[in-house]
Design a protein around this ligand. Structure first.
Ligand SMILES: Cc1cc2nc3c(=O)[nH]c(=O)nc-3n(C[C@H](O)[C@H](O)[C@H](O)COP(=O)(O)O)c2cc1C
Length: 311
């Protein structure tokens, strides 16, 4: 880029040098990406989801390709809270971009422990709370579909953790607004919209489901229109600042989310195909702003609401 465009943005209290972050679970703990570029090129790094105890993840196969995306059932393979602090955090502390730690739990107590454990650590820009995993005690439904549970989880995390808290919502609800409002009432600073949609694939030769777990989370281009609409709707209701994600493969995809009112974007599946995707997308956003005579990123955030439908 030989022109200067101000790409700075903020998600509530989180100041970002540029709007493109990596989505959780698609760039490990960041080390993998250092072979390709300096991590400070990213607006932020959202690392793989951690749980209280280490997890081996689900049996394979646990990734399947579809016509317009991926279905994964990784099962939150991770080193656990202590393993993360010992093995991954020292490296992440040296990274010069905002690092958000994604946390998952199967009970309210899990979320409390994770937030309390991370509160004692330095070098973390904030927590991303993944409310999309199954709540075993509640009968296997994702926490994120129940506004009451989303409130309780957010409130617990908020009480344990002083820093930036972003709640990551599941798109698998008939109405996202009560869930988004619950996260706000629980004290979240921002929302990440959205996680994967449940999906499955069947192998017609063996007549059996492809993934060992039967079904998994659909990501990639197939989910973009769904997540984009959710972002637009939440922004319309002016609930909390939003990180938009779901199927962002190109700068044009990211620009759609920004026009819908997302203050920053996350790139997931695209990073698995092309590790440079977040950088390519960042550059493409700057080119779009330049080409259309905008001086800074802020000018396009939410612009579609001025011209668009009242959802
Ligand atoms: C392989 C894989 C692993 C993922 N792991 C996590 C995770 O640990 N925690 C989480 O909140 N989301 C996880 N996600 C969801 C992504 O962060 C993202 O919300 C979703 O894939 C939609 O974005 P995309 O279409 O750009 O991939 C994962 C997605 C993929 C494809």
């Amino acid at each position: 880029m030989d022109y200067k465009i101000d790409l700075k943005t903020e998600l509530g209290s989180l100041q970002l040098e540029s709007p493109v972050m990596t989505a959780s679970g698609t760039c490990g703990f960041g080390r993998e990406l250092t072979d390709f570029y300096e991590l400070n090129e990213l607006g932020g790094l959202i690392v793989k989801g951690i749980t209280v105890d280490p997890r081996e993840g689900n049996p394979t196969p646990r990734i399947a390709e579809t016509a317009a995306g991926l279905i994964n059932s990784i099962g939150l393979e991770n080193p656990g809270l202590d393993g993360f602090i010992k093995e991954e955090l020292p490296f992440l502390k040296s990274v010069n971009t905002k690092v958000l730690v994604n946390i998952s739990g199967h009970s309210l107590d899990d979320f409390k422990k994770l937030a309390a454990g991370l509160a004692k650590q330095e070098g973390i820009g904030g927590i991303e709370v993944n409310v999309s995993c199954p709540n075993i005690k509640g009968g296997g439904l994702a926490f994120g579909t129940d506004p009451e549970l989303v409130f309780k989880i957010t409130d617990l995390v908020r009480k344990e953790y002083n820093g930036f808290v972003m709640v990551k919502l599941t798109p698998n609800v008939s109405n996202i607004i009560p869930v988004a409002k619950s996260a706000a009432e629980g004290g979240a600073d921002a929302l990440a919209v959205a996680n994967t949609l449940p999906g499955m694939k069947i192998d017609i030769e063996s007549q059996s489901p492809v993934l060992a777990t039967g079904s998994g989370g659909l990501s990639g281009p197939a989910i973009k229109p769904v997540a984009l609409r959710l972002v637009y709707e939440i922004v319309k209701h002016d609930i909390l600042p939003v990180l938009g994600l779901g199927g962002i493969m190109t700068a044009d995809d990211a620009i759609e989310y920004l026009l819908a009112g997302a203050r920053a974007v996350g790139v997931g599946t695209a990073t698995l195909i092309d590790p440079y995707a977040p950088i390519r997308i960042k550059t493409g956003i700057a080119e779009y702003l330049n080409k259309n005579n905008f001086e800074n990123l802020q000018e396009i955030i939410g612009l579609a609401h001025k011209k668009g439908a009242n959802l």
